[in-house]
Design a protein around this ligand. Structure first.
Ligand SMILES: *Cc1c(COP(=O)(O)O)cnc(C)c1O
Ligand SMILES: [Zn+2]
Length: 429
């Protein structure tokens, strides 16, 4: 297989840069894509190479990201920083499928990655790039999962990590991971968007490698979610992907990867993508529905803290992808998110609140007649159920009234006397 050369290209003005120097944005201020010239590449040969690595037991290409390295970041195996991420399961949605009104609904559980979220797919690629550029320290602003992931990959590769998080607004499981993995954790007096702008200044001035999703290498790693789903379906293309949207990097990655497979002839049908935002932080959904210019949301709010982002960096990449695949953007309420989550959890699968936008959104789009109930649909579950135990307990104890959320499908814990009669009564209740 001849090496496919990659370079950076501006999303706004098209200017190109080679990979010889660290770069996150174009001279014009636009965001950058890692791009490659795919003309003359034999798609069939590439697909066979990917298939030949399936089930490999050891080595970098046993990873569910680096299995596709020719389309991600083609670098010698020994330079790769990996935790054998990816290789996550694809489940029939069970009760969550019935809830959404879909007969052919699958859930791709990215919460089964090493640190419990899809961020590991981007981070394996981002930290590999950091090493490639000789970085000693990496940094990110994070609503939680990015920092948990970065701290882990930095630790594995012997780099230092610095984390900027919005003060008091991060789920417990995620903060715990960042501290445990040794990330220098700075709580910023401000929201995620404030932390995001600060970290960019800090990286520029202190020569630290920036690993927010503005980093073009992270998006490349995240493309592997779509690649892996297709490979799990033997390259048969589903009708829809439904995916939560916060900073909007993940759906941009999904469409970018699919576009490349389509260009290579590895797939011959374009699936549609539905991006789902939480109503309280839905700048893209607003723009989409009202046909208005993009406008950040000032005080984003949602129980789904992973997507509580008012000024997403990747909105242009996201729109470009949605236009390509005839996608849609929708928003869901807090109650819809947590009720959908109850069914994802009840199905025995489980995921954190933001992830369950996929199921809440699928249900809404089926109800609206946008998604056909017979369609083959893949919902992306982005994070693990244990990331945010407070949200789970709050819902099941019906203690989220202050957030306007009812425990409609609560499974309340009962306090009973320590005797058989009391147990019998509880079981019959
Ligand atoms: C980061 C994250 C998202 C949002 O992904 P974006 O790329 O920011 O749109 C959704 N769910 C979980 C669990 C996340 O960690
Ligand atoms: Zn530019």
């Amino acid at each position: 297989m001849k090496k496919i050369e990659a370079f950076l290209k501006c999303v706004d003005c098209g200017k190109e840069y080679d990979l010889s120097q660290v770069r996150y944005t174009c001279d014009c201020g636009g965001t950058l894509d890692l791009t490659r010239d795919l003309s003359g590449v034999d798609g069939e040969e590439l697909k066979n190479l990917f298939d030949s690595r399936w089930g490999q037991k050891w080595g970098a290409t046993a990873s569910g990201v680096w299995r596709y390295k020719e389309l991600i970041f083609d670098i010698p195996d020994e330079q790769i920083v990996t935790r054998m991420e990816g290789n996550t399961r694809l489940y029939p949605a069970g009760k969550a499928g019935e809830y959404a009104g879909l007969k052919n609904f699958f859930l791709k559980h990215e919460g089964e990655n090493p640190t419990g979220s899809f961020k590991d797919r981007g981070m394996t690629c981002g930290t590999t790039a950091a090493k490639y550029y000789g970085a000693k320290t990496v940094a990110c602003a994070s609503t939680g999962n990015t920092s948990a992931s970065m701290a882990s990959f930095a630790a594995v590769s012997g780099m230092k990590s610095v984390i900027f998080i919005p003060e008091g607004k991060i789920a417990y499981g995620k903060l715990a991971q960042a501290l445990a993995f040794g990330g220098k954790t700075l709580q910023i007096k401000g929201n995620f968007d404030d932390a995001m702008s600060l970290v960019q200044d800090v990286c520029r001035e202190l020569n630290i490698y920036l690993l927010n999703s503005i980093n073009p290498f992270r998006i490349e790693g995240q493309k592997a979610i779509g690649f892996e789903v297709l490979q799990q379906f033997n390259w048969e293309v589903p009708d829809w992907f439904v995916i939560p949207g916060g900073n909007l990097g993940n759906n941009s990655a999904l469409s970018k990867g699919l576009q490349e497979l389509y260009q290579l002839g590895i797939i011959n049908k374009i699936p549609r993508i539905a991006v789902i935002q939480a109503e309280g932080s839905a700048p893209l959904a607003k723009m989409w529905k009202n046909h208005t210019p993009f406008e950040p949301v000032k005080d984003p709010d949602t129980i789904a803290t992973a997507i509580k982002i008012g000024n997403p960096v990747s909105w242009k990449k996201s729109l470009r992808g949605l236009e390509w695949c005839n996608g849609v953007v929708e928003s869901v309420t807090e109650q819809e998110i947590m009720d959908a989550k109850a069914f994802v959890d009840m199905a025995g699968i489980g995921a954190e609140p933001a992830s369950c936008c996929s199921v809440a959104g699928a249900k809404k789009l089926v109800d609206m007649g946008v998604i056909d109930k017979d369609a083959k649909v893949v919902g992306i579950l982005t994070g693990n159920v244990l990331k945010d135990p407070d949200a789970v307990i709050g819902y099941h104890k019906d203690e989220l009234a202050s957030m306007g959320i009812k425990g409609n499908f609560a499974n309340k814990p009962l306090v009973i006397d320590a005797n058989v009669a009391a147990v019998k009564a509880a079981l019959e209740a």
